[in-house]
Design a protein around this ligand. Structure first.
Ligand code: PTJ
Length: 251
């Protein structure tokens, strides 16, 4: 891999790309994960690469659900583990929600590589490796889930998700929290709570909110939380950012 000079204007962006490429070399990230990341980057540009108020609202509601659910689970894939393994382990610890590997491009080799990275970052237990329980009505490899994890869960945190599984989980009556930079995606539209932000910014913020309110989770509930309104605000934030940038360029 290449050495990225810290004074490069796109240092952080290049660093995350390197993490994904390294992830692919270690069989953690699927080749299609690189494409998914590129799409995410494009939406992040449109959002001005910052966490907007709609994302802070969704983060509060997500923290509330994770702290008050009976059996929350943190579902992980190759992209999120390549980008922020420490934070995933930390989120699992502060919420008591187990980590479960659940892949779209499933292979035993990748499941094990992902579990290994999580253990290297302090995870004591990783569910989902060789999982054989099945989510009904889902045809992708993601239908295979751990009987002690997603199958039993009442609330699932599934960042960078594909639309099919989100729909299946919601249909089964589970609350679904996702992180997706694309407010137009099927996942974003179907989830119970959609944090439209980059996972690398959103996860530390989510952990911070949870740690601050662990003893008083009910204070986090957003009154009349409406996910469609969050998505509308995300689209408006993009329009606003583009209009402001267009004015700047024209001045
Ligand atoms: O590891 P696997 O086998 O489970 O595969 C994982 C990927 C991500 C390849 C798979 O789930 C997939 O193909 O996902 P999609 O359908 O491409 O959706 C991923 C979504 O995540 C897209 O809408 C992207 O905009 C979004 N996204 C990508 N990078 C980020 C992101 N959202 C937040 N933060 C990011 N860094």
């Amino acid at each position: 891999s290449v050495e990225i000079p810290p004074d490069h204007p796109r240092y952080r962006s290049l660093l995350y790309r390197e993490r994904l490429i390294e992830g692919m070399e270690k069989k953690v990230t699927a080749p299609a994960g690189l494409i998914a990341h590129g799409r995410g980057e494009a939406f992040d540009y449109l959002l001005g690469e910052r966490t907007h108020p709609h994302a802070h609202t969704a983060i509060r509601q997500a923290a509330f659900l994770l702290l008050t659910s009976r059996h929350p689970v943190v579902s992980v894939n190759g992209n999120v583990v390549a980008l922020c393994p420490e934070e995933l382990v930390r989120l699992s610890k502060v919420t008591g929600a187990p980590l479960e590997v659940n892949l779209f491009y499933r292979s035993r080799e990748r499941e094990e590589a992902i579990a290994r990275v999580l253990r290297e970052h302090g995870a004591e237990q990783v569910l989902g490796v060789g999982a054989e329980a099945v989510i009904p009505e889902l045809s992708s490899e993601r239908r295979r889930v751990d009987p002690e994890g997603i199958l039993e869960a009442d609330c699932v945190f599934v960042p960078l998700e594909d639309g099919d599984r989100t729909e299946a989980l919601v249909r089964l009556g589970k609350k679904v929290i996702t992180v997706d930079l694309n407010p137009l995606s099927r996942t974003a539209r179907t989830a119970t709570v959609t944090i439209v932000d980059n996972i690398v910014r959103a996860l530390p913020l989510l952990i911070e909110v949870i740690e601050r309110h662990r003893d008083d989770p009910s204070s986090l509930a957003v009154p009349d939380y409406d996910n469609k309104r969050i998505l509308a605000e995300a689209l408006s934030a993009i329009v606003h950012h583009l209009t402001a940038t267009a004015h700047e360029l024209a001045d």
